[in-house]
Every structure is written in structure tokens, then in C-alpha cells.
Design a protein around this ligand. Structure first.
Ligand SMILES: NC(=O)c1ccc[n+]([C@@H]2O[C@H](COP(=O)([O-])OP(=O)(O)OC[C@H]3O[C@@H](n4cnc5c(N)ncnc54)[C@H](OP(=O)(O)O)[C@@H]3O)[C@@H](O)[C@H]2O)c1
Length: 245
């Protein structure tokens, strides 16, 4: 499969061509820890990625829920490599990639637990820092949940991904005949490529949108989508699609 993705940041356009299938075949299996794996998003991501060439470590607040999810995924995908593991330090020390599928409000607590073992690793921020009435963000306009996580994990490669898709989209990433886009932002080019492959494995069209500060826009986009979803009753099966020629 050939993807041509154009990325723009620091006023430089970089055209990147990924030959995803070939590189994936040659890669050794990456280990992904999903913190918050039993939640709406964590479980949807885990089930999607179980189809890919990954080893999954599932972690959640309640260990028995993570155990049950690991069994469900294994039963449905006999070749999947998946295990429930004690949160969150243990689930992260052997991971290549850590997905923080947790509410924004506990990211500080979780970052404190994993900071030592997340050094130089990709940490995916999926959070939308919504207020309790879902009509605004808790973050100031000059920052984002992803940038705040990067401050808490200065030696990690924080990448924004999966925040512009609803959990319901994962079982049906093709909506109204179009594959939903999933926007990605971050400062490390190699990490952006790695996360693009992960997003494609989950069934979405990866779009690298820019550096980590673009997360401010991506988090606002999801706030808008949530507002429209509630107003128009999209049933949480909605997403973004960038049209271009
Ligand atoms: N829902 C969506 O459609 C959607 C879309 C895009 C982005 N997001 C973002 O995704 C994130 C998760 O949302 P969600 O809807 O999946 O939330 P959720 O259903 O409430 O799931 C939260 C997960 O975090 C775990 N958790 C809570 N406290 C924990 C702790 N101290 N240590 C480890 N795990 C802990 C929970 O496990 P226990 O239940 O066992 O405590 C659960 O697995 C949020 O930041 C949200 O903004 C959500």
C-alpha cells in the first residue's frame, strides 16, 4: 500500500512516501501499552490494533476488566499477542509505544508513574480536555492536552493521534462510503511515521497535520464534532474527511 502524505510545519513542505506494507513486514513486532485499555477509546483501539503486527499490553484502573478484555481479544483473534498487565509502570517499561487512553484529568498522575520508563518512547495523547458540560476546553488557548503531556514527559516523543475520531468509529472507520481521516501532530518525524502506520492499521486514513502545537486545533475540532453530534444526533458515528485533488 502506498501513501503520499504532505506535512507542513516550520514553513517547510515535506513530501513523504511510505511503503507501509513492506516496512511493516520487515519490522520487528512493536510492543504497545494501552493505559486505560478498558475504556471506550482504549478498548476500541486495542481491538483494532490486535489485527496488526503488534504485541499489546493492556492496563486499566481495574485489573479484572483488563483481564476480560485481553481474553475477549484473544478469543476473537487467535494469532494476536495480547496480555493484561499491572498498571501503569509495569505496562510501560517494556513498551515501544504508550497510548494514554485516559481522561485528561488523570494524565498528570499517570505521567508521574511512567515518566522514568517513557524516556525516548512515543507517547500518544488521545485526550480531549473537555469541560464537564462538553461546551469548552479546560486548557488555555496557547496550549493543548498534548503539549501539557509533553511538559510532564519532557524526554518522550508525545504525538497527538486518535482524538478526532469517536470510539464508535473504530468498528466502522468507513462512514457514508468514505474512510474517516485521523489527524496526527508531533515534533518527531520518525515518530509521526510510526504513528501513521498505527492509525492506518486501525482502519483510518492518517493525515499528518503539523507539529505538536497543531494539537490545539485538533482538540478544538473534536469539541466542534461533539457539539454537532449532540445537536444533530449523529449517534457518535461521525468523523472528519479532508477532500482534495
Ligand atoms: N470516547 C470517545 O469517543 C473519545 C474520542 C476521542 C478521544 N477521547 C479521549 O480518550 C480518553 C478516554 O476517553 P474514554 O471515553 O475512553 O474514557 P473512559 O471510557 O472513561 O475510559 C477511561 C479509561 O481510563 C482508565 N483509568 C481511569 N483511571 C485510571 C488510572 N488511575 N490508571 C489507569 N487507568 C485508569 C479506566 O479504567 P477503569 O474503568 O478500570 O478505572 C478506563 O479504562 C479521554 O481523554 C477522551 O477525551 C475519547
Amino acid at each position: 500500500m502506498l501513501f503520499l502524505v504532505s506535512t507542513q510545519w516550520n514553513e517547510v513542505w515535506i513530501a513523504r512516501t511510505f511503503v507501509l506494507s513492506n516496512t511493516t513486514d520487515m519490522q520487528t513486532k512493536q510492543t504497545i501499552s494501552i493505559i486505560g485499555s478498558t475504556g471506550n477509546m482504549g478498548s476500541a483501539i486495542a481491538k483494532s490494533l490486535a489485527k496488526g503486527n503488534y504485541r499489546l499490553l493492556l492496563c486499566a484502573g481495574k485489573q479484572n476488566s483488563a483481564d476480560a478484555l485481553a481474553k475477549e481479544i484473544q478469543d476473537n483473534n487467535p494469532t494476536a499477542e495480547v496480555e493484561a498487565i499491572d498498571c501503569s509502570y509495569n505496562a510501560s517499561w517494556e513498551a515501544d509505544i504508550i497510548i494514554a487512553a485516559i481522561p485528561f484529568g488523570i494524565e498528570k498522575e499517570i505521567a508521574g508513574k511512567i515518566s522514568e520508563v517513557a524516556n525516548q518512547k512515543i507517547v500518544i495523547s488521545i485526550a480531549n480536555p473537555l469541560n464537564t458540560s462538553y461546551d469548552g476546553l479546560l486548557t488555555a488557548s496557547d496550549t493543548s492536552a498534548a503539549e501539557e503531556l509533553q511538559k510532564l514527559l519532557p524526554n518522550s516523543k508525545v504525538i497527538k493521534a486518535f482524538n478526532t475520531t469517536f470510539a464508535a468509529d473504530f468498528s466502522q472507520p468507513v462512514i457514508d462510503g468514505k474512510q474517516a481521516d485521523s489527524f496526527i501532530a508531533g515534533n518527531d518525524l520518525e515518530a509521526l511515521e510510526t504513528v501513521s502506520e498505527l492509525v492506518a492499521t486501525a482502519g483510518f486514513n492518517p493525515v499528518i497535520a503539523g507539529d505538536l502545537s497543531v494539537s490545539r486545533t485538533l482538540e478544538q475540532m473534536q469539541l466542534l464534532l461533539i457539539t454537532l453530534n449532540m445537536k444533530n444526533s449523529y449517534n457518535w458515528l461521525a468523523g472528519w474527511k479532508l477532500l482534495h485533488n
